[in-house]
Write a protein that binds this ligand. Structure first.
Ligand SMILES: [Zn+2]
Length: 209
């Protein structure tokens, strides 16, 4: 597997570029910004992007999606429970003092338990509402890896005080879907350093006890 993690934009969202080494088919997850840097990695590795996957419709995760779609022709995928939030990108931009990215068009939804493929790689979609209603994580069982979006961070969890957030729901998502994964699963959060399910089960103050 080819996997590059690139922190993008002012909030340093972790964009993941994941490709199959033999077929060079790839998916890009959360291209929030800095599309030229993402395209440079795609070109260096001779990847063909099959899908652009958005873990949730916050501007720092989705802001560059249309530019990347224009460069790659790949469809944009987002859980339908975040479509309303996607229509508020200009409002989100004003919260952060950012330039509004314009309208983002989604080609398809992302349902719980759906499988996404790029070459021989496959990822299971886990719907994990709480940070937003339509937040998802992507679990790659063969690679023992979870792309967690803003649901789980190293020693922290996603904030739930923004519109569409729910502390009760994020705790259910974490306990029922995220902590159900094996301890040796690598976790790539939406921001900050990588961790593992086992470390977070032991050390994360929101998950202990
Ligand atoms: Zn977020």
């Amino acid at each position: 597997m080819i996997h590059k993690i690139l922190p993008v934009g002012p909030l340093q969202c972790n964009c993941s570029i994941i490709g199959d080494e033999s077929t060079h088919e790839a998916m890009v997850i959360d291209p929030g910004d800095d599309i030229e840097d993402i395209v440079a990695i795609i070109d260096q590795n001779k990847l063909r992007v099959k899908q652009i996957v958005i873990t949730h419709a916050h501007i720092d995760h989705v802001g560059g999606a249309m530019k990347l779609r224009a460069r790659t022709g790949a469809p944009i995928l987002l859980n339908q429970n975040d479509y309303a939030l996607l229509k508020m990108l200009d409002v989100q931009a004003s919260w952060l003092g950012m330039k509004p990215p314009g309208k983002v068009e989604v080609e398809a939804g992302l349902a719980h338990d759906e499988t996404l493929r790029a070459g021989s790689l496959s990822a299971n979609v886990l719907h994990t509402p709480g940070h937003t209603e339509g937040s998802v994580c992507l679990y790659f069982p063969t690679e023992k890896m979870l792309i967690a979006g803003d649901t789980l961070f190293a020693r922290s969890i996603g904030r739930t005080d923004l519109p569409g957030g729910s502390f009760e729901k994020i705790m259910h998502s974490l306990h029922d879907r995220v902590l159900a994964l094996p301890d040796d699963t690598a976790v790539i959060p939406g921001h900050g350093p990588v961790t593992t399910i086992g470390e977070e089960r032991e050390e994360n103050p929101f998950l202990k006890g």
